[in-house]
Design a protein around this ligand. Structure first.
Ligand SMILES: *[C@@H]1O[C@H](CO)[C@@H](O)[C@H](O)[C@H]1NC(C)=O
Length: 102
């Protein structure tokens, strides 16, 4: 997901959410009580698009995938959102985490 984020950010019309210090840099909006802060709170985590009709905003929150709430909430608030899921071999995931801890 980190590599995909970096590649997406190379596109001039694509921006990501600002980093959060409270949530390990991931927004964790749709799967947590952050959702009850509302869409305005969520949108303040993103830069203003320079062109609202051509720019894309994205965030990555790895805990959306196992959440039961996230799909329903995302569909209700952002019905036109595109959702990308990156699947990885669990042993590669564990090794990646191990490298982050070093
Ligand atoms: C915004 O993007 C649209 C669609 O690509 C384009 O037609 C328009 O000229 C852009 N506006 C500005 C101010 O760049």
């Amino acid at each position: 997901t980190t590599a995909l984020s970096l590649f997406l950010l190379m596109h001039p019309s694509i921006s990501s959410s600002f980093s959060s210090t409270k949530t390990y840099e991931e927004v964790q909006f749709f799967n947590t009580n952050n959702y009850h802060h509302g869409i305005d709170w969520y949108m303040e985590l993103f830069p203003l698009p320079s062109n609202v009709s051509s720019d894309f905003l994205f965030e990555k929150s790895s805990a959306y995938f196992p959440s039961e709430d996230a799909p329903r909430r995302a569909a209700a608030l952002l019905p036109k959102a595109k959702i990308l899921t990156v699947l990885i071999n669990p042993s590669d995931r564990a090794y990646s985490w191990y490298q982050c801890l070093e």
